[in-house]
Design a protein around this ligand. Structure first.
Ligand code: PEP
Ligand code: MN
Length: 333
């Protein structure tokens, strides 16, 4: 971190500031120029309140030269992280296709979809049991019953399962869940992230609707700082001024995150676009841009879905998409 001091700073003020910084266990490299004094702060600057430092009367500006995320940072961990879910692996050249309905609606529904997506080549079954809906009057999910049904579908097909958690209060229900999803709306629920950090479960962390990639990585850092390194990042579209699509899919998140972090990156083209007709091309683009996995909503009867029917593919459509994605992966290998 670098702090530039104003020209009128007195030697006493400068000494006082340096003393304060040294008390935070930082080494301070001082460079006195004709116009300004530049302080280079060396050490663990993650605890430095940048805004506070910037607000001091004698400080002209403050810049971070190193990223505030450490454990997620590729600089400190050059090799790709591979997250293992039984025999399925994500990251480091391993690709996983995740498919299933937005919500678990009944045992018959989830088993039927599970069998269909498995036949089409999916590696992991998704299905929401706790649904974060914009309206409190909309279908909220089958909750614990939904997780039980997912476990039935897992038993029937052998597919590992992923489902979303909304609160630490329901953590016990997730004991047999293979991957716990943190949804976009909870990306900065730090209490939840810290509790999940104390488990060893793979966590799929979705980017918030209005969050930067650095904020996504800082949320991953919350989980990792508690000891859980099994994290999969997920780009699911961000809110922009464009209303034709539900969100705007930031595909550049894939190469940016691959540069910044060793954690695997999954793309969710369903929530990103909100329209089934747009999902195949965005899934293909994600595969071409070297995503480590793709998560797609699939329903046996999209027009009757209790949640997100408009963006859900039929199993037949999913089969086509998966074939295309696998061909693209082979082509770019
Ligand atoms: C979901 O995956 O069902 C979901 C609610 O996604 P998001 O958090 O990305 O909106
Ligand atoms: Mn959904």
């Amino acid at each position: 971190m670098i702090a530039i001091l104003k020209r009128e700073t007195t030697p006493e003020q400068k000494a006082h500031l340096i003393d304060w910084l040294k008390h935070m266990n930082l080494d301070v490299h001082i460079s006195d120029g004709d116009e300004f004094t530049v302080l280079g702060l060396i050490g663990d600057t993650t605890r430095v309140d940048m805004e506070l430092l910037n607000s001091l009367e004698i400080v002209e500006s403050v810049k971070r030269v190193s990223e505030p995320f450490k454990q997620a940072n590729r600089k400190f961990h050059p090799d790709d992280t591979v997250v293992s879910i039984g025999d399925v692996k994500i990251g480091g050249g391993h690709f996983a296709m995740i498919a299933g309905p937005c919500s678990v609606e009944s045992e018959e529904q989830i088993i039927e979809v599970a069998q269909a997506v498995k036949a089409a080549g999916a590696d992991i079954l998704r299905g929401g049991a706790f649904k974060p809906r914009t309206s409190p009057y909309a279908f909220q999910g089958l909750k614990g019953e939904g997780i039980r049904m997912l476990l039935e579908a897992k038993q029937a097909t052998g597919l590992p399962i992923i489902t979303e958690i909304m609160t630490t209060r329901s953590l016990d229900l997730f004991e047999d869940v293979d991957i716990i999803q943190v949804g976009a709306r909870n990306m900065q629920n730090f209490d939840l992230l810290q509790e999940l950090g104390k488990t060893h479960k793979p966590i799929l962390l979705k980017r918030g609707l209005a969050n930067t990639l650095q904020e996504l990585l800082m949320s991953a850092e919350y989980i990792m700082s508690e000891g859980n390194e099994n994290i999969i990042l997920c780009e699911r579209g961000i809110r922009t001024y464009e209303h034709y699509t539900r969100n705007t899919l930031d595909l550049s998140a894939i190469p940016v995150l691959h540069e910044l972090t060793h954690l695997p990156v999954v793309i969710d083209p369903s929530h990103a676009t909100g329209k089934a007709s747009l999902v195949p091309s965005m899934a293909a683009a994600a595969a071409a841009a070297d995503a480590d996995g793709i998560m797609i909503e699939v329903h046996n009867n999209p027009s009757r879905a209790l949640c997100d029917g408009a963006q859900s593919l039929t199993p037949e459509q999913f089969d086509q998409v998966n074939k295309k994605v696998q061909k693209i992966r082979e082509a770019i290998r």
